[in-house]
Ligand binder design. Structure first.
Ligand SMILES: Nc1ncnc2c1ncn2[C@@H]1O[C@H](COP(=O)(O)OP(=O)(O)OP(=O)(O)O)[C@@H](O)[C@H]1O
Length: 311
């Protein structure tokens, strides 16, 4: 107990993965992850289906053990931090318990924690104060998700871990959910959430870790990710000309040709445009900053053809 209290005063990060590996047979679901989440920080784990997000979160919560490397919460083993009530989690599974009310369910969970917050406060933070007397098995998907959020919050954790918390929510419910989450983060708590949604990572995380095939392929603010994926897209009409030279232009890191339109990803848009002008290849020229979507696609080695989705 004394050690736990002391740990609260140190600068240990909330979450630390040290070269963590977890394989299922031949699949290295988590393949050497190094990642830190500081106290008070909100971090998104962004990746496609099967990137390893859920496995990483399972290691983090002590639900599974790494084959090698280590995962620490507040400087100690995950199960210790979980048992001390310092971590709240909202995972993908979980059906509502039949018949009990929202208040009864959250109060029940509160009693399992050493220092819970008042039930009314957890309900208010999760934005469901008005649903306290409703049965949990008679709520909409969005309301159920918020009940699960209240359950994760009521232990008054310093870190909350959310595995795709807004999957299956409509746009409005998603917005409301994140407003609640921000209220919790503003109290100085750490949040780690996984998501497929670039916009969500961009809007709600202080930092984003992009996961691909079990590895963190990039981590930083959304601005840093955009920069690291090559600053701009330059597009123009080829007018039937050849294409071999496109990849040789200054700054160009990749390109694609669709129909008669060439799209170049470049880290030096001025240099690229000057070179194009020198070749008189500026028909319908457009220069746009790389979106987070482009950055994500570049980082996860998606085929260049998917650049077509870019506006
Ligand atoms: N218990 C398991 N047994 C075998 N393979 C597993 C197991 N759990 C995960 N995997 C495999 O590990 C890889 C990573 O899965 P994981 O669920 O961590 O990805 P994810 O990024 O969370 O995906 P999603 O976004 O679809 O939830 C996948 O190839 C998956 O099939």
């Amino acid at each position: 107990m004394t050690t736990d209290l002391m740990a609260r005063d140190t600068d240990e990060p909330a979450v630390a993965f040290h070269d963590a590996v977890k394989a299922f047979g031949a699949v290295r679901a988590v393949d050497g992850i190094d990642l830190t989440v500081r106290r008070g920080e909100t971090v998104a784990l962004l990746g496609r289906n099967g990137a390893g997000k859920s496995t990483a979160l399972a290691l983090l919560l002590g639900l599974d053990e790494p084959d090698s490397g280590a995962v620490e919460l507040f400087g100690s083993a995950p199960d210790r931090a979980v048992a001390a009530g310092r971590v709240g989690a909202m995972l993908q599974e979980g059906r509502p318990v039949p018949r009990v009310t929202v208040r009864e369910l959250v109060a029940f969970v509160a009693r399992t924690y050493p220092a819970p917050m008042p039930v009314a406060e957890a309900l208010a933070l999760a934005g469901i104060g008005g649903l306290a007397d409703r049965r949990v098995d008679r709520l909409s998907g969005g309301q159920t998700q918020r009940v699960r959020f209240a359950v994760a919050l009521v232990g008054n954790p310093e870190l909350i871990v959310l595995d795709e918390p807004t999957a299956a929510l409509d746009v409005e419910a998603r917005q409301e959910f994140w407003d609640s989450m921000r209220g919790y983060a503003r109290r100085g708590n750490a949040v780690l959430f996984s998501t497929h949604y670039l916009e969500e990572a961009d809007e709600y995380a202080d930092r984003i870790a992009v996961l691909d095939s079990g590895r963190v392929v990039a981590a930083g603010t959304s601005e840093e990710l955009k920069r690291s994926a090559g600053g701009h897209l330059v597009s123009f009409d080829l007018a039937g000309g050849p294409t071999e030279w496109l990849g040789l232009l200054p700054g160009v890191t990749s390109y694609e040709v669709r129909g008669d339109r060439a799209r170049l990803r470049t880290g030096d848009s001025d240099g690229t445009v000057r070179a194009l002008a020198g070749r008189d290849a500026v028909r319908r020229l457009e220069v746009t900053p790389v979106s987070l979507n482009d950055a994500f696609l570049a980082l996860t080695q998606s085929p260049l053809t998917t650049l077509e989705t870019v506006r």
